[in-house]
Design a binder for this molecule. Structure first.
Ligand SMILES: Cc1cc2nc3c(=O)[nH]c(=O)nc-3n(C[C@H](O)[C@H](O)[C@H](O)COP(=O)(O)OP(=O)(O)OC[C@H]3O[C@@H](n4cnc5c(N)ncnc54)[C@H](O)[C@@H]3O)c2cc1C
Length: 562
């Protein structure tokens, strides 16, 4: 983007990397905010004020490349340290802290940046012939080890990261059918700014929007931030084109089709193991001019859960229906920690939505929402619900404070790593009848795991929060955030123990290992328990047909043998 380079670790561009003095300045207020949540007034007990700086790229010793760039592909390949380090890790907490400490265990031997499909075809053919692993890389925002070139040296002579950022255009817009043909490497802001010229939007806003790409979204079945209606990216996909090692795969562009297993759905969630997605036709729409939003408080999280279940089964389809537990509300400064918060929003391209919000607020009242806090924020289409006026500012503040925290979270996480705070998130989905049991089991297991790892002075200091990111009529997608004093220098082991406890609890409770973060390498053990064995065999068969040399992203989704 305008010649700006991404940081070699963590989130953002190099020019956004704060100096150590700036980090120290920021650490004070952050420690003062987090400290009490962790049980220490200013975080001193855990040394939150002791800020470390990242290891500079110049001080990083990357393992030398095992393979040479083939001369025919030299124009599109790079193997300088920044490029290799940048493509060595994704964006999980473990990735961020590893990069911060200068640990890049599995850098790709080189990075290829195809300009067109012919480049990709030549690259994939070369990789197949040379037994070199080929790892598609969109924005590198994977939080499950999906882009880490950690491949078995006994099976592969090396690994190449395929950076799709050169294929980032909106190629065609069909305004009659309201669809657009978009290249896979287009990022959220990139594709939205091109669609804006046509007065259209894809309206798919994952939290990683700034850097993640259409191809990455399809490959991982990413979910946007709207709570109901089309959620996962495949709900927007009309057709997909991919380059596989045995040739191109392109589905027919159709609004719907009952002809057998959907070829688009086979690629959606394929996480780079079947081929490289190069472009897709996706459904787009005009920006919705009618909006109404409100924030609602509940004294008890449980009342909020019951209310959201009623809302999800009411047919009202709120665009936003984000229930946040009291602790998370306090952490994000959207509330004071005494109440759970529900952020509600409605949108329409066609008609005012105030009546929908009014009805939703009635349902909230039926579930013991705090009456004076049913405040309406940003009601551009003239909502009529009660409890606004004086409290409108408060509602605006809660919604915008939470939104600010949501968008700034990836940047904040980098600062938290520097000051010794572990922050991890994981998500799942479960039917309503089993949510309470899941919530208890997961939060209990994670708290135990935090304590089992903690130094004596930090026992009892970590916490787990929960919010709903998406809701369906039959169940929510709960999203958990874990915050704890980090074991400096041993953060990855600490993270792994917490991750294991959380994933074990999620699977034991009957939930999914992921609602939208994908499987990658990190979730494999639990995905293996979740998916039917015959399905794994079918995946192996599909891979053998499309990728007989098994070069495409090995280790992700399935193992080397059944
Ligand atoms: C702070 C943060 C917030 C996040 N918020 C969300 C969220 O709100 N919703 C959500 O769903 N996810 C979220 N994620 C996870 C992540 O952003 C998604 O998985 C996203 O879809 C990855 O897109 P990407 O372009 O960065 O892909 P990468 O991270 O580059 O790749 C992800 C996987 O897809 C494969 N892949 C990438 N491009 C292609 C391609 N063209 N063809 C074939 N395979 C490909 C890769 O090999 C890898 O297995 C978040 C991550 C972070 C760090």
């Amino acid at each position: 983007v305008n010649g700006r380079r991404r940081k070699h670790w963590g989130w953002g561009f190099e020019d956004q990397q704060p100096a150590i003095e700036q980090l120290r300045e920021a650490a004070g207020p952050l420690a003062a905010h987090l400290g009490p949540l962790l049980g220490s007034r200013d975080g001193d007990r855990f040394g939150l004020g002791e800020v470390e700086g990242p290891v500079a790229l110049e001080a990083v010793a990357l393992t030398p490349p095992r393979i040479e760039v083939p001369p025919a592909l030299a124009e599109i390949c790079a193997s300088d340290p920044h490029t290799r380090a940048r493509h060595a890790l994704g964006s999980s907490y473990a990735d961020v802290v590893s990069g911060f400490r200068g640990h890049f265990a599995h850098p790709p031997d080189f990075v290829a940046k195809p300009r067109h499909e012919a480049d990709l075809e030549a690259l994939v053919e070369w990789c197949s012939g040379q037994r070199v692993a080929a790892i598609p890389y969109g924005g590198g925002t994977s939080v499950v080890g999906g882009v880490t070139p950690d491949v078995d040296p006994a099976r592969y002579n090396g690994a190449v990261s395929i950076d799709m950022s050169g294929l980032d255009r909106v190629l065609e817009v069909d305004s009659v059918s309201r669809a657009a043909l978009i290249q896979a490497g287009a990022t959220g802001p990139g594709l939205e700014s091109q669609l804006r010229e046509h007065g259209l939007t894809l309206r798919h806003f994952p939290q990683s929007f700034e850097f993640s790409t259409l191809g990455g979204w399809i490959a991982t079945r990413a979910a946007g931030h709207f709570a109901t209606g089309p959620t996962h990216i495949e709900d927007f996909v009309e057709s997909v084109r991919a380059i596989t090692p045995t040739g191109p795969w392109e589905s027919r562009r159709l609004p719907g089709s009952g002809a057998g297993i959907s070829p688009d759905r086979v690629l959606a969630g394929s996480e780079g193991i079947l081929g490289v997605i190069t472009r897709a036709w996706v459904r787009v729409q005009p920006r919705p001019p009618h909006r109404a939003a409100a924030s609602v408080r509940f004294a008890r999280f449980e009342d909020g859960v019951d209310c959201v279940r009623a809302l999800s089964q009411s047919g009202l389809q709120p665009a936003n229906c984000r229930l946040i537990d009291p602790l998370e509300a306090r952490m994000t400064m959207a509330g004071d920690g005494s109440c759970a918060l529900l952020l509600l929003g409605f949108e329409s391209t066609d008609r005012p939505v105030a009546d929908l919000l009014d009805r939703a607020l009635e349902i909230c009242a039926e579930h013991r929402s705090a009456p004076d806090d049913r405040v309406v924020a940003g009601a551009r289409s003239g909502a009529r619900a009660g409890g606004r006026g004086a409290s409108q500012a408060a509602g605006d503040e809660a919604v915008s404070s939470w939104r600010g925290a949501f968008l700034g979270a990836p940047y904040l996480r980098d600062a938290m790593v520097a000051m010794g705070v572990l922050s991890e998130t994981f998500e799942t989905a479960i039917t309503w009848d089993r949510f309470t049991a899941l919530h208890e089991r997961v939060t209990g297991a994670v708290r135990d795991a935090i304590d089992a790892q903690a130094r004596p002075e930090a026992r009892g200091a970590g916490f787990v929060t929960c919010r709903f990111t998406h809701v369906y009529s039959d169940g929510p997608a709960p999203y958990f955030t874990v915050v704890a004093p980090a074991l400096r220098g041993e953060e990855v082991e600490q993270w792994r123990a917490i991750k294991r406890a959380a994933a074990d609890a999620v699977i034991a409770a009957g939930a999914t290992i992921t609602h939208h973060h994908a499987v990658g390498r990190d979730h494999r053990p639990w995905y293996d328990q979740q998916r039917p064995e015959q399905f794994a065999r079918m995946l192996h068969g599909a891979k053998a047909a499309l990728d007989p040399s098994r070069i495409m992203n090995p280790g992700v989704l399935i193992g080397p043998t059944t």
